[in-house]
Ligand binder design. Structure first.
Ligand code: CP
Ligand code: NVA
Length: 328
C-alpha cells in the first residue's frame, strides 16, 4: 500500500473503507479521552500555495493530538516554485520531515513532489483532486446512513468540473455507490473521467449518472452535495459566466424536496456562499441579486444540513491518514 495520498482512487475500495474505520475509531477515542499518540517525535511539513481553513487546521490538530510537530509553509515565504524547483524542494523537505502535505494548483506539482521527496506526500487539494475531503465526506454519509455502503446514493449539483465533483465521481464509482452529477453541459465532468468512472463502476456495481437535468439526478438521492461556483485559482471574471449557467443548479428548499425523501441530507465541502455576511456574498448579491450562490441559506442552516459535522470529520479522517502512514 502506498503511504502517499495523491488522488481519491489511490487507496482503492478496501483501503478507503479501512481508513474510514480507523477514522471512526480515532474520533471515538478523542471523544472519550482515550486517544493514544502514535506519532510522537514525527515532523510534518504543511505546504499551502492556496488558502485554507479546514485542511490546514485538520492537519495541525491531528498532528498535535498524535504527538507530531508541524511546520507551515504558506503561499509566500518559501522558495518553492520561484527560486527553487519542486524537485529540489521535495528533496530538502524529504530529508527533514517524515511526511508532507501539499495544497496547490496543478496535480503534476504534487505528483512531482511525491516522486522526489522519499517520504509520504498527501494532497490537500489541487485543481484536479481533493482526496482527503472524500474521506470526510463518505465518513459523514456513513454516519447518516444505516445500510451497506453500496446502498448510499448522492447527487452533486453544480460545477461538474470542480475538484470536488471530479473527486466525488471517482470515489463514488470506486466504492460502488449510486452517483449522480447534475451540471450544465459546459461544466460537465470531462469525458475521459466519466469513462474512468464507468470502468470502476463496472467492477464495483456503482451506478453513475451524468445529466444536465437536476430533477432526474435528485430523484431518490439520500445526499445532496454542492461546491462553490468558482474555485480557488479561477479568474474572478468567471462569476459572470457561471452565475447564469449554474443558477438552475443551486440548492434551494425545492432542490431538497425534489429528492422525494424526507431524510435527505445536505453536504458541502465549505467554504460556502450561502448569505451576504461575507465580502464575496455581498458582491454576488450586489451584482446578480442573489442572496447566496450555490446554496440558499434556508438549506445551509436547516436540520438537513450536516456541513459542520462534515468539516469536523476532516480532522478525524486526516488523522487516520497520518497514523496509517507514519504510526508505529
Ligand atoms: N474543504 C476545504 O478544503 O476547506 P479549506 O479550503 O478551508 O481547507
Ligand atoms: N472547489 C473548491 C473547493 C474548496 C475546498 C476550490 O477548489 O476552491
Amino acid at each position: 500500500m502506498t503511504r502517499s495520498l495523491l488522488t481519491p482512487a489511490d487507496l482503492g475500495r478496501k483501503g478507503f473503507l479501512e481508513m474510514l474505520d480507523r477514522a471512526a475509531a480515532l474520533k471515538e477515542a478523542k471523544r472519550t479521552g482515550t486517544e493514544r499518540p502514535a506519532l510522537t517525535g514525527r515532523n510534518i511539513a504543511l505546504v499551502f500555495q492556496k488558502d485554507s481553513t479546514r485542511t490546514r487546521c485538520a492537519f495541525e490538530v491531528a498532528a498535535h493530538d498524535q504527538g507530531a510537530h508541524v511546520t507551515y509553509l504558506g503561499p509566500s515565504g518559501s522558495h518553492l516554485g520561484r527560486e527553487e524547483s519542486v524537485a529540489d524542494t521535495a528533496r530538502v523537505l524529504g530529508s527533514m520531515f517524515d511526511g508532507i502535505e501539499f495544497r496547490g494548483f496543478g496535480q503534476e506539482t504534487v505528483e512531482e513532489l511525491a516522486r522526489h521527496a522519499g517520504v509520504p506526500v498527501w494532497n490537500g487539494l489541487t485543481d484536479e483532486w481533493h482526496p482527503t475531503q472524500m474521506l470526510a465526506d463518505v465518513l459523514t454519509m456513513r454516519e447518516h446512513h444505516s445500510g451497506e455502503i453500496g446502498s448510499i446514493s448522492f447527487c452533486f449539483t453544480g460545477d461538474g468540473r470542480s475538484n470536488i465533483a471530479r473527486s466525488l465521481l471517482i470515489t463514488g464509482a470506486m466504492l460502488g455507490v449510486d452517483v449522480r452529477i447534475a451540471a450544465p453541459a459546459e461544466l460537465s465532468p470531462p469525458e475521459p473521467l466519466v469513462q474512468e468512472a464507468q470502468c470502476l463502476a463496472a467492477a464495483t456495481g456503482a451506478r453513475v449518472r451524468i445529466t444536465d437535468d437536476p430533477a432526474t439526478a435528485l430523484d431518490g438521492a439520500a445526499f445532496v452535495y454542492t461546491d462553490v461556483w468558482v474555485s480557488m485559482g479561477e479568474p474572478d471574471a468567471e462569476w459572470d459566466r457561471r452565475v447564469p449557467l449554474l443558477t438552475p443548479y443551486r440548492v434551494t428548499a425545492e432542490t431538497m424536496a425534489a429528492t422525494g425523501r424526507p431524510d435527505t441530507r445536505f453536504l458541502h465541502c465549505l467554504p460556502a456562499v450561502h448569505d451576504t455576511t461575507t465580502e464575496l456574498g455581498r458582491r454576488i448579491h450586489r451584482r446578480y441579486g442573489l442572496a447566496g450562490a450555490e446554496v440558499a441559506d434556508e438549506v445551509f442552516t436547516s436540520a438537513a444540513s450536516v456541513v459542520f459535522q462534515q468539516a469536523e470529520n476532516r480532522l478525524h479522517t486526516i488523522k487516520a491518514v497520518l497514523v496509517a502512514a507514519l504510526g508505529e
